[in-house]
Ligand binder design. Structure first.
Ligand code: NAD
Ligand code: 44H
Length: 378
């Protein structure tokens, strides 16, 4: 079985590539990073190392790489015959890989009419659906109806903390032991792919929102508050009692919304939160607040981990969630010289003021209570 995976980065190699290899797939990584792809083609293997006392190692072998900037034809060919396609490139990159996927599917209609599933493994609600929308824009009516019949775009939720890497060997990846890949079983075409340890569910929305609005809300809260307090890493930030209090307060707020919306058991949800706080404190991982806080314009968006649960909380309980507001304000102050979005954010805040900048980024009116409260707190 052949799998084509877009994005040979942290989660691509450290989680998706590993599970697909363990499930019997020959994995072809597609990336625009020439150094990475050349190394994959030279080594054809890499190690995944668990960030725990034992430092357990897994070997991923028989992998290859395609540089999509230099060899788009090879990507098209790979998609036309793949048994599974996955992505972990970042939410904003989906639209850029869609044309190549569309060309691959066009070739497939002529040469291989086997159904295939394309699964986006990004931190967003509806990632595969968004990719599908971009792919369909590139197809004519006949191709569209073939794709709608034969190509599944099941949404998924992916959870494993994979920090930026500082290993001797370029391809090796240090990952946290915890991992969870949940896939929507209702959007599959053809036989359900066998993916070791993946959980196929019919109610993906509950899983993705639970993950995004707990793991990622808590992570972003720790990163933004940590960065503001001068901490360099997530583990260091979560040790700061003031920060931990606001992080836990934010997760109380998102937890109330999740329990009310999806009927999760409140005690089990508390345990889920505690486990996540333990994951942030993992002493074997050095995860920079700058990585976790990256792309603040995306993270302050209406559907993302801060504003979406804050709006849902206001809707459900008719009050402004004060901890989430503190995190939104810390996000509005996030500066990282390596992150273009944070620099654009700071320009906006300087030029227009915090209220107008937040209102524009989150798509909320200036007199929205969340905007007013954020401006007062700023
Ligand atoms: N790292 C984590 O802990 C983690 C966990 C769960 C989900 N995710 C999600 O996975 C996605 C990737 O995150 P990451 O941490 O692995 O980032 P990363 O930067 O390590 O990897 C992204 C890779 O995509 C590649 N890429 C960029 N543009 C491309 C293009 N046009 N075509 C092909 N490849 C392209 C980059 O070169 C890079 O190698 C994000 O959506 C992220 O939210 C990350
Ligand atoms: O990848 P982002 O930028 O959406 O979010 C940063 C981190 O919170 C994220 O990568 C986590 O490490 C991951 O989602 C854990 O499963």
């Amino acid at each position: 079985m052949k799998a084509v995976h877009f994005g040979a980065g942290n989660i691509g190699r450290g989680f998706i590539g590993l599970l697909l290899h363990q499930s019997g797939y020959e994995v072809q990584f597609v990336d625009v990073n020439e150094t990475l792809i050349d190394e994959i083609n030279k080594e054809k293997a890499y190690r995944v190392i668990l960030a725990n006392e034992q430092k357990e190692e897994f070997h991923v072998e028989g992998v290859s790489g395609i540089n999509s900037a230099k060899a788009p034809e090879a990507v098209i060919e790979a998609i036309s015959s793949a048994d599974l396609v996955t992505t972990a490139v970042g939410p904003h990159i989906l639209k850029f890989i869609a044309p190549l996927i569309a060309d691959g599917l066009k070739k497939r209609t002529k040469e291989n009419d086997m159904p295939v599933n394309i699964i986006a493994c990004e931190n967003m609600v509806g990632g595969s659906s968004e990719l599908q929308k971009h792919v369909l824009e590139k197809l004519n009516d006949k191709e569209t109806s073939w794709v709608q019949e034969n190509v599944g775009f099941p949404n998924s939720a992916v959870d494993r903390i994979v920090p930026n890497q500082k290993n001797d060997r370029l391809l090796d990846v240090l990952v946290e032991p915890f991992h969870e890949w949940v896939i929507d079983s209702t959007e599959m075409k053809g036989a359900q792919p066998e993916i070791k340890e993946a959980l196929f569910v019919e109610n993906l929305q509950a899983y993705i929102e639970r993950k995004l609005f707990t793991v990622n809300t808590g992570h972003a809260a720790t990163a933004y508050l940590g960065n503001l307090a001068g901490h360099a890493t997530i583990a260091e930030s979560i040790k700061d009692e003031e920060i931990k209090k606001t992080v836990l307060g934010s997760l109380e707020e998102t937890g109330k919304v999740l329990v009310a919306t999806y009927g999760f058991n409140a005690d089990e949800h508390q345990q889920y939160i505690q486990k996540i706080i333990g994951r942030f404190a993992n002493p074997f991982i050095v995860d920079d607040v700058q990585r976790v806080g990256r792309a603040p314009l995306r993270k302050l968006g209406a559907k993302d981990r801060l504003v979406a649960p804050a709006l849902a909380f206001m809707n459900e309980f008719n009050e402004v969630p004060e901890n989430l507001v503190k995190v939104i304000v810390a996000a509005l102050k996030f500066v990282s010289e390596e992150d273009q979005e944070s620099l654009t954010l700071q320009e906006k805040v300087q030029a227009k003021g915090a209220a107008a900048a937040f209102s524009e980024i989150a798509g909320l009116d200036m007199d929205h209570p969340l905007v007013k409260k954020a401006a007062e707190t700023f």
